[in-house]
Design a protein around this ligand. Sequence first.
Ligand code: ZN
Length: 260
Amino acid sequence: MSPSPTSEFESILADLLDLAHHLGEEQRDYAIIGEGNVSARLDETTFLIKASGSSLQTLRADQVARVQLLPVVAAIECPTSAQDLDDEGVRQLLDSARADKEQPWPSVETFFHALLYRLTGAAFIGHTHPVAVCSVLCSQHARLIARHLMPDEIVVCGPESVFVPYTDPGLPLARAIGEQVRAYQARWGEWPRTIYLENHGLIALGASAKQVKNVTAMAVKHARVLVGALSCGGARFLDEVASTRIHTRPDEEVRRNQFK
Ligand SMILES: [Zn+2]
């Protein structure tokens, strides 16, 4: 990718690479081979994203693509022009959205990253396929994963999570995510931190790379606890009153800000 003169750009890129290496560490079991991707908002119109075919664990600066937000969001939000895009149409769209033609191809999951930057205040996004999370998402109990079990989970991941039924990756998945995120925002008046994709994986949103790491770690713990609870006779979720209480307590607000 092209170098930028701004130190802010270098700082965001360094944070993005660090996030990729953290999420890709083998012992975490979040992603293997080329699975998963990370991105970072640069400004209102562009963001950085892992290139197609690269690996989180070994991601380098020359494997990061700079993408223009607006053409991608337009294709997602204007189905009449993009509803029937075939694979070649998608390729052309991604090509036109590349801010620099010298750079590598962005991930095919660029679509939902772009839409999430449009809909939320996230500055960094991490998408992984953790074994613990996928164990629940590939089960008969997949939908249960969106309900929270522990107070600390509410502090880190919000009052509940977004669940997206299985959808074909690319434009259709981005549209399905957008629908569920808008419903969450209407219900809770804020943007979500955790989005679970049925039979697929996790999306963690954050105001910083550190927050994406924290949200991912807590989501994986949640999945492990949920599997344990289901094997111990069934899960007992925090009800809406308890969740709202934790979510709005002033002392928890202080802790929440520490995790950003
Ligand atoms: Zn994925």
